[in-house]
Design a protein around this ligand. Sequence first.
Ligand code: ASP
Ligand code: MG
Length: 401
Amino acid sequence: MGLIVQKFGGTSVKDRSRIFNVARIVANTRKAGNDVVVVVSAQGDTTDDLIAKAAEISSNPSDREMDMLLSTGEQISIALLTMALQELGISAISLTGWQAGFATNRAYTKARIKRINTERLESELARNRVVVVAGFQGLNRSDDITTLGRGGSDTSAVALAAALHADRCQIFTDVEGVYTADPRKLPKATKLKEITFDEMLELASLGAQVLNNRSVELAKKYGVELEVISSLNPVPGTIVKEETKVEGMLIKGVAKDENVAVISIMEVPDVPGMSFKVFSMLAQRNINVDIILQSSGRENNKDLIFTVPLTEAQTAVSVLNENKNRFGGGEVQVSTDYAKVSIVGAGMQSHSGVASTMFEALFNQGINIHMISTSEIKISVIIDKADADRAVTAIHDAFIH
Ligand code: ASP
Ligand code: MG
């Protein structure tokens, strides 16, 4: 018994029957004697549909009006879910983000929550009501509606759990939890009982789209333990927390990311400051550089090779070509036939041989590695895109089975 925050994603409330399914989960939690605050996303593809509607009117709509538009999606969900709860005889009330006290900074379409004024929420809870809050939205200092960026409802839920000192924060979704690999691609992937915030952050940025990245950062910052569970299948999910048992698994997941392009700048003069020039140029355009390789010099030249998200490759290449004279005019090449395959696990900090096991698995498959990068809890390799699925299976087999 306590205060529980339950968040439901768009697929979990996409139609009438799913809404009643959610209402029953909430009702059962309430009937078990808990106070419940629910956070919901827009139904199904509503947000995408609204974005498409805006595009019919303008190729460059203002961010303020986009937020005005997108925030309506969540408003539909909270009203419908609250009606469903009332149908089930549960006392409930819906609140928009601003009614629930979400104050954000000014940044339309990617606002950050600054504080939550929980007065209204607490008074509704005191009246024994389930409170259904619209995720993804708040109000800035000009009293304008803001949204938190795609997938932002997770962040709303975690922020609420922190502000209300909730006993539990449950993130309901259409998968059963966090898996050791994408279960749609690798059916033998297994569901994790637990994962640390840091591991989850690495996996999220590697493309395991279960939880929004910022929500995990926030959960880590405020120590909000998360439970990722299915809204359709009442089985235990995955707990995301600061530390997991040491005797747990060495590797928590294998992830594949095809959103990578490899850029090479050939024959850059081998003098101090060249890398600084190249990468500051890219940073100024907000291009995210990931793995960097520098070939050893020959004839006072070197090659700079690095990866960027595929979606940013075109911008990167134009920036580099426009400024060629600043780094000696070397040829800029881009290749998109690569994928990044990574393993993540806090256990590799205290165990040796993890990298060699991964490389052996690739060698056994005759897969060539082009680039390698490591962090304390992650090892990534860049390989040919055509080899990626085979690589995931082989590495998964080596560590998890
Ligand atoms: N509806 C918003 C989106 O689709 C927020 C969310 O789903 O968390 O991005
Ligand atoms: Mg959504």
